[in-house]
Design a protein around this ligand. Structure first.
Ligand code: PRP
Length: 183
């Protein structure tokens, strides 16, 4: 299996870079939602580390929950078909929802998720993504808060996986394109 022996590229963003950016974004979210309550909805599994950062540095009142949407299966490229495999049983009516995402790639996942969640009557829905890969966008989706803009690399670490591995890296790196193509 290619993933096991895939070579990691250089570190794109260290823990310090990510913490600094999370704090900046949280300042902005605090300002945008002053006096309001926010439901942070993390997308499993990729967003876990970024979710922790965001919830740690926000000062507005928050509650948290998680949702699982899947578009990739176990291959490295998006199938374009999005499925919700876990939905929280939480009341979103008249709530400010911020979806916490690890990466926006084609935009299919977020576009689908937002359409679905709008049916629950929230007051507002915004998206806070750690990474944005504009080069692969196939929809008109745009995240409201973005940690870092990245090139068209197969990024791993800090929650992001390749075949379920590398999620535990405390930094963001990428895999050699050759290794990914071997799949
Ligand atoms: C990844 C990522 C986003 C989505 C982005 O999830 O976490 O949710 O793909 O891709 P898109 O913009 O092309 O739709 P994945 O299905 O790999 O699940 P994971 O979070 O468990 O890794």
């Amino acid at each position: 299996m290619a993933g096991k022996n895939a070579k990691l590229g250089k570190v794109l963003y260290t823990q310090e870079d990510i913490t600094r950016r999370a704090k900046e974004i949280c300042k902005q979210i605090d300002k945008d939602y002053e006096g309001e309550e926010v439901l942070l909805l993390g997308t499993l599994k990729g967003s876990i580390m970024w979710m922790v950062d965001i919830m740690k540095y926000l000062t507005v009142d928050t509650s948290i929950d998680f949702i699982t949407a899947s578009s990739y299966g176990s291959s490295s490229f998006s199938s374009g078909v999005v499925k919700i495999t876990y939905e929280p049983n939480v009341n979103m009516y008249n709530k400010n929802v911020i979806i916490i995402e690890d990466i926006v790639d084609t935009g299919n996942t977020l576009k689908y998720l937002i359409e679905k969640l709008e049916g629950r009557g929230p007051k507002s829905i915004k998206v806070c993504s750690m990474l944005n890969k504009e080069a692969r966008r196939k929809t008109d989706f745009k995240a409201d808060y973005v940690g870092f803009e990245i090139d068209d690399l197969f990024v791993v670490g800090y929650g992001l996986d390749f075949d379920q591995k590398y999620r535990d890296l405390p930094y963001i790196s990428y895999l050699d394109a050759e290794d990914v193509e071997k799949l």
